[in-house]
Design a protein around this ligand. Structure first.
Ligand SMILES: NC(=O)C1=CN([C@@H]2O[C@H](COP(=O)(O)OP(=O)(O)OC[C@H]3O[C@@H](n4cnc5c(N)ncnc54)[C@H](OP(=O)(O)O)[C@@H]3O)[C@@H](O)[C@H]2O)C=CC1
Ligand SMILES: O=C(O)CCC(=O)C(=O)O
Length: 476
């Protein structure tokens, strides 16, 4: 059984879970310990005990650790990517790419660790100096989802450690293997005892205990809106710093003047790659009337040609849905879209050589933006096609959502592109590019109901993982 890491020691849990391959549900990838509430408390105490030493360690020590993790991830990218593909279901190419991305994140923050800067600001009083410095927030709790089981942990763990915080990390119960491999690498790279603690298990037990714990100073979470909202309420009660990355119902506008050779692949990628299980997925395709029929013809043909199957097969483009629960939810949305009046192409559950949670990509034609299937996040390979007339109509439909994570436009007009970048109510805006698949060194996050708190990734991550101290000294 794979164990948790608490205070530098590998320990069993109070329970364990079988990690199964969604492409072949008879295959058990491994058995993973689930931590108890008491073990969460032990992890928090260990993180508190290690905080002073890590916060005051040389930035070079922190940088070296993160660089060593990056190197080990790169050296093992195929092995780790294969495990990731087996536990989550994304294709091997995507899974290896995600592992490389995790390594790049660690390398980026290895650099940032030695670049922590402050300000020396002139005081209003002569003979007084004012220094503004950034310090660690303290013990940070990291709660992550199953859809990017190594990249999302990486982009929370790396900045947390770079800026001198200590960590209690809870990965998704569905995908503990990638998180465990990352923990093994941190351990082998010499991360000091207590600086990084892994507590695997269910959100209702482990996540909840972290949320309620007074020894945790900040929580960074990626996942669903209801869980994020509850974490924010708990954080307000216990005065924790909080960062939430949640859902999306991301629009991709296709204007009359779009190049279909660009627009169709952009939509296929954004809507269906990673089986649509990305918070940045394009789930509302808003198409200008003049190009609508030509676009739909090509999109449907190419969506139907996507190869759905075992993610370890190099010819496969779309792997299975992550779990039975997620598949059942997706199929309910397919039925709902049909009942709401959309013409549904694809969307059915299919069998392959193995028994897995395979679903054919679904296109909901003649959808309207007021349908529930166009308003609620599905988190599967499903895209609604909404016909509009002109740019202003497209923009208003794109913004008519409670979410605001990412958005996109396909157009050959500089005017439309510029106006969309300015007026789109989203944290990330793409022109002639998929709404999903972002760079690792620039800010990531949204507005409206998608995100809460400061941005993740790139140098902007310092906002969450540090706190500011203003120091005055009389030099007279
Ligand atoms: N924005 C994004 O990137 C993601 C969005 N989602 C959305 O959420 C939907 C449901 O997915 P799901 O995985 O269930 O998302 P959740 O929000 O339930 O899970 C995200 C993480 O939060 C944990 N968690 C669950 N309950 C609590 C709690 N009470 N306190 C603290 N932590 C908790 C989960 O643990 P556990 O391991 O037990 O689930 C997991 O580690 C998806 O269909 C999708 O719409 C999902 C994943 C990523
Ligand atoms: O689109 C991406 O590159 C990242 C998506 C993501 O972080 C998510 O789905 O949770």
């Amino acid at each position: 059984m794979k164990q948790n890491l608490i205070a530098g020691a590998w320990v069993d849990g109070h329970d364990a879970v079988e990690n199964r391959n969604p492409a072949d549900i008879s295959e058990v990838i491994g058995v993973y310990a689930r931590a108890s509430v008491e073990q969460v408390d032990q992890a928090v105490q260990a993180a508190n005990g290690a905080l002073r030493g890590w916060a005051s360690a040389s930035p070079q020590v922190r940088s070296d650790l993160l660089e060593a993790v990056a190197q080990k991830l790169l050296a093992r990218k195929t092995e780790i990517g294969t495990v990731l593909a087996r536990e989550e279901g994304k294709t091997l190419a995507e899974a290896i790419g995600e592992t490389v991305r995790a390594a790049q994140v660690f390398r980026f923050f290895a650099g940032e660790a030695v670049r922590v800067a402050g300000d020396a600001i002139a005081s209003l009083r002569t003979d007084v100096d004012v220094d503004v410095v950034r310090e660690p927030v303290g013990v940070v709790g990291l709660i992550t989802p199953w859809n990017f089981p190594i990249a999302i942990p990486a982009w929370k763990i790396a900045p947390a450690l770079a800026y001198g915080n200590t960590v209690v990390f809870k990965p998704a119960d569905l995908t503990p293997a990638s998180a465990h491999l990352l923990t093994e690498i941190l351990y082998e790279a010499g991360c000091p005892a207590g600086v990084f603690n892994l507590v695997m298990g269910q959100g209702s037990v482990v996540g909840n205990a972290m949320s309620a714990h007074s020894g945790i100073n900040a929580i960074s979470f990626t996942g669903s809106v209801p869980v994020g909202q509850n974490l924010a309420i708990d954080a307000a009660r216990s005065m924790k710093k909080i960062q939430l990355e949640m859902g999306g119902k991301n629009p991709m506008v296709v204007m009359d003047d779009a190049d279909l050779d660009i627009a169709v692949p952009v939509v296929l990628n954004g809507a269906f790659f990673s089986t649509g299980q990305r918070c940045t997925a394009s789930s509302r395709i808003i198409v200008d009337a003049g190009i609508h029929d030509a676009f739909v013809d090509r999109l449907v043909t190419q969506a139907q040609a996507l190869t759905v199957g075992n993610p370890l097969d190099p010819s496969v483009q779309i792997g299975p849905v992550v779990s039975k629960k997620q598949l059942v939810g997706n199929l309910e949305y397919v039925d709902l879209a049909r009942a709401e009046g959309a013409e549904v192409i694809g969307g059915e559950h299919v069998d392959r050589d193995t028994t897995g949670y395979y679903q054919i990509p679904a296109v909901f034609l003649n959808a309207t933006n007021d349908m529930r299937s166009s308003r609620e996040e599905i988190f599967g390979p499903c895209a609604s096609i909404i016909k509009v007339s002109g740019f202003d109509h497209a923009l208003s439909v794109a913004n008519d959502t409670e979410f605001g994570l990412s958005s996109g436009i396909c157009t050959s007009s500089l005017k439309y592109a510029r106006e969309f970048k300015r007026q789109s109510e989203a944290g990330m805006v793409m022109v002639n590019l998929p709404t999903a698949g972002v760079d690792y060194h620039v800010p990531f996050g949204g507005c409206k109901g998608s995100s809460h708190g400061s941005r993740e990734q790139g140098r902007y991550a310092a906002e969450f993982y540090t706190t500011v101290k203003t120091a005055y000294s009389f030099a007279g």
